[in-house]
Ligand binder design. Structure first.
Ligand code: TRP
Length: 457
């Protein structure tokens, strides 16, 4: 049978390994750290609903399109895109879509490593016993001290970058394919444990209300834009990470069902993290749900400080957050590395050092934006906030829009059909309508309104 197998990199052992790897990429700081604080800053309920709507109506269809291009191309994202464009006889300018992705990947990695560094630092913070018995004020002070110290931030950012290089240099599949299958289930168990704690010890009802009460007045267009950006960020779509993983997906796996499972796991982790964090926030005087990026690092330590065995559970939890961040960050690095190897004939080690070094250097801007450069503002944002806003809310949706339009209008129908065999005509129709009309219109509308809202009000 002539199953198309251009790929020299091999394939995931099974559909389940793909699910775990894609979940490893998707589940990361975006779920545990970013989702709760962005939802918190945007008033909760209505934001969460818009976010879930974006996952289903925009995220899932676009993710399917990305996996499909990857599996058809069977190479690094930039080259997969090139081949699929050629085979479709489409306008060669479509090939440039890959570029937004490579650029976004580097920018995201730069600040992602800084935040992951916080999680690494907190492993030791928790293990040292510093968190035992702390309250809202002391938790805030401990976190504030970390942010105020560029040396410590750079140290942990560097450690995290080295961990990423360590994996990507050796190739992702064997190391990560295996690791992710063990670590993801562990992560889910840890989350359930904390959910239990917050249910009995925190203000669970208030957290539930906050996340699920539909309060439209609190939602702005800017908030809707952030909800959409968060949907892209958390699913790892819009930069080729999922395209790269799709290239190793077994040919007989059903793309639609597989993507739905990944999106389900991803949303589950985000919601559960939100419930845990807000239960603690509402039970603790002195922290606000709108506390911003520090939310997780202030509220969870309080929980750990107050529970029996908190020393152990606390450090274990931050180990898991770090691992989740790690399995996501390598999916940010790998597509760029693969592209540099293919395009510039560079060695894997060299490509890694160059790209990670570049992202590290850029990350110093984010490090300093929390202390000595906190007064420097770009379009009203600190450097960290600017990079976060630019990538998640502008670059990822933009390349997602282009991917939807490409698969919706320009990709050859026969290629799509080969990749989607076994999908019912109804689902195909629904998917096509979403890619052609719903996603593009929604993305464009949210873009325009969100940006108008940000800069003109
Ligand atoms: N999805 C990851 C998270 O939620 C972050 C991430 C990994 C990502 N790879 C990506 C975001 C690619 C956008 C694109 O933490």
């Amino acid at each position: 049978m002539a199953i198309q197998q251009k790929g020299m990199h091999g394939a995931w052992a099974s559909r389940w390994t793909f699910i775990m790897a894609a979940t490893g990429s998707a589940v990361g700081l975006g779920n545990m750290w970013k989702f709760p604080y962005v939802a918190g800053s945007n008033g909760g309920g209505a934001f969460v609903l818009v976010y879930l709507g974006c996952i289903l109506l925009i995220g899932v269809p676009v993710m399917m399109a990305e996996v499909l291009i990857g599996r058809q191309g069977r190479q690094s994202p930039v080259n997969s895109m090139r081949d699929v464009v050629n085979e479709s006889g489409a306008d060669s300018r479509w090939r440039h879509v890959g570029w937004v992705g490579v650029a976004a990947g580097m920018l995201i990695l730069s600040f992602y490593a800084v935040i992951a560094g916080w999680a690494l630092a907190y492993i030791f913070e928790a293990a040292s016993g510093d968190l035992v018995g702390i309250n809202g004020d002391t938790a805030g002070a401990i976190f504030g001290n970390l942010l105020a110290d560029p040396g410590r931030l750079i140290f942990w950012q560097s450690v995290f970058m080295l961990l990423c290089i360590g994996v990507v240099v050796g190739g992702v599949k064997k190391g990560l394919g295996v690791a992710v299958e063990i670590l993801m289930p562990l992560l889910f168990i840890m989350l359930l444990l904390l959910l239990g704690f917050s249910f009995f010890k925190g203000d669970f009802a208030a957290a539930w209300n906050f996340l699920f009460n539909f309060n439209v007045e609190l939602l702005t267009w800017r908030g809707v834009l952030e909800a959409m950006g968060q949907a892209f960020f958390t699913l790892s779509i819009g930069m080729g990470a999922i395209m790269a993983y799709g290239a190793y997906m077994p040919q007989n796996a059903n793309i639609g069902k597989t993507v739905l499972i990944v999106a389900f796991f991803d949303s589950l982790v985000a919601i559960v993290s939100g419930l845990i964090i807000f239960s603690i926030v509402f039970a603790t005087p002195g922290i606000e749900p709108s506390a911003g990026p520090g939310l997780m690092f202030i509220s969870l330590p309080i929980a750990f400080g107050g529970m029996p065995g908190g020393l152990l559970i606390g450090s274990a939890f931050f180990v898991l957050v770090s691992i989740a961040a790690w399995s996501s960050a390598i999916s940010l690095l790998e597509p760029c590395v693969a592209w540099l190897i293919e395009a510039k004939n560079m060695g894997r080690v060299q490509a890694n050092l160059l790209l990670a070094g570049f992202a590290w250097l850029l990350g110093l801007g984010s490090v300093l934006s929390f202390n000595v450069w906190s007064h420097i503002k770009l379009a009203g944002f600190t450097i960290f906030d600017f990079l976060d806003f630019l990538t998640a809310n502008i670059m990822l949706p933009l390349s997602g829009l282009l991917i939807a339009l490409f698969v919706g209008y320009a990709m050859k129908k026969e290629l799509i059909d080969t990749q989607m065999v076994g999908t019912s005509a109804r689902v195909m129709k629904l998917w096509q309508v979403t890619l052609r009309y719903i996603a593009p219109v929604a993305i464009s509308a949210v873009f325009v309104m969100g940006i108008v809202d940000k800069f003109f009000s």
